[in-house]
Design a protein around this ligand. Structure first.
Ligand code: SR1
Ligand code: MG
Length: 412
């Protein structure tokens, strides 16, 4: 039997033993099933289950490098950050994140609720499943966790203490490189564009000086704007869904940054799902029903985000200067501007950079993949350039429809 008093990368049998002895999640004699189920870019995820009782839990362990590539040396402390933010998010947005059972700083491992009755949203969307409560759930999650951790509401000294606990240099560096820099400047020579689209990417991104300048401005906002505690990686692969439930998972990229980072990620990843369906599905009612649901969801996410933000703001502002006339509008306008800019960055980086999304890579036909990529990059550029003006659901749909029209199906 291992005593887990020094760090090593566990196998699933170790994780079962660890769940039992370290967190007492199972009785000493319990017969356990165990498997490593992680398919993300960074960590090892073990599902431990006792068939006799149906009891189950997940152990998530951080390794010293990313699974995607050992070029990324990432502090295992990210698991402590994930634990700490899940505790905060559970408090601010109950039911919208997995419950955590504990964290072990030696093994850099976290124990949490098993969510195998949910599906990763990206996979569910590729199966054309729809989730009527998603917009409502995700906007409650974002508004509560973002606004209530900001200086608008928090005691400023306590907020500064909290910022200290979420200094996350390694994972922020990944975002600074992969989201803000490399899609537009392959400075580390590790981009992974679809080869037939390389000329387009070179012309539209690497050589577009106006876009380069705008991305630099946004990068400095990501460096410097400790606005609130952001999830930091809120794409559809970090969201578990069920018809009646939504759970934001994997907040290891959390840090104090711009609120629009989270909202922009949600919007961009809905756009990926739309681009996939609009490109790949046969024309007809199934396609319009699915794309129509995504359009409605984009519209609802933006609408509900703004209305819930205003309502919570009115109930919870504590900072006196934030009550001055015009301040609430100025503050929210800034978040909406960042949302559009980040949506544009996320759309580019998943196509050009090393960390792709299945919505695009699963498209096998070359012409279709080119069309989906170009549509997304065209929409992205407008989101970046016009981020001051793209604020509502209808604005995003206008961006999307115009980009889709430019690249009509079959004519990439
Ligand atoms: C090296 S990690 C690559 C990407 O995977 C994570 O989910 C984040 O999105 C990160 O940018
Ligand atoms: Mg992740």
């Amino acid at each position: 039997m291992r005593d887990f008093d020094h760090y090593f990368i566990m196998k699933s049998a170790d994780a079962a033993e660890f769940a039992r002895t370290r967190f007492h999640l199972f009785e000493p004699g319990a017969v356990l099933e165990h498997a490593e189920i992680g398919d993300g870019n960074l960590n090892y995820i073990f599902r431990i289950r006792e068939p006799a009782t149906g009891k189950a839990a997940v152990i998530k362990q951080a390794g010293p490098t990313a699974r995607l590539s050992d070029q990324f040396k990432v502090s295992p402390d990210r698991n402590r950050i994930e634990h700490d933010i899940l505790v905060i998010e559970n408090d601010l947005a109950p039911g919208l994140v997995p419950k955590v059972f504990g964290y072990d700083p030696v093994m850099n491992a976290l124990a949490m609720e098993d969510l195998s009755d949910h599906t990763i949203m990206r996979s569910a969307l590729l199966e054309r499943r729809t989730f009527p409560l998603f917009a409502d759930h995700i906007t409650t999650f974002m508004v509560n966790t973002l606004l209530l951790t900001s200086d608008v509401v928090m005691d400023h000294k306590k907020k500064k203490e909290t910022v200290k606990g979420f200094i996350n240099p390694d994972l922020c560096e990944i975002t600074e490189d992969l989201v803000y820099t490399e899609p537009f400047n392959d400075v580390k020579k590790r981009n992974d564009p679809f080869p037939p689209n390389l000329d387009f990417i070179r012309r539209e991104l690497y050589e577009d000086k106006e876009i380069l300048l705008e991305t630099a401005k946004m990068k400095f906002d990501f460096f410097c704007n400790a606005q609130c505690l952001v999830h930091g990686d809120l794409h559809t692969g970090s969201i578990f869904v069920r018809e009646d439930s939504t759970k934001a998972i994997d907040p290891e990229f959390a840090y104090y940054g711009p609120a629009g980072y989270d909202v922009g990620n949600v919007i961009a990843n809905l756009i990926f799902a739309w681009a996939n369906a609009d490109t790949v599905m046969e024309q007809g009612s199934a396609r319009s029903k699915f794309t129509g649901w995504i359009e409605k969801t984009i519209d609802e996410v933006m609408g509900m985000f703004v209305s819930k933000w205003k309502a919570l703001w009115a109930r919870s502002v504590t900072e006196p200067t934030a009550r001055y006339d015009g301040f609430a509008e100025w503050y929210l306008d800034g978040i909406l501007r960042d949302t559009a800019g980040v949506a544009g960055l996320e759309l580019c980086r998943r196509i050009v950079g090393i960390a792709h999304v299945k919505d695009i890579t699963s498209i096998k036909d070359e012409a279709q993949r080119l069309r989906a990529e170009r549509l997304c990059i065209t929409a992205a550029k407008r989101c970046i350039r016009e981020r001051d003006r793209i604020t509502t659901g209808s604005d995003y749909l206008d961006v999307l429809f115009k980009a889709a029209k430019k690249y009509a199906r079959g004519h990439a």
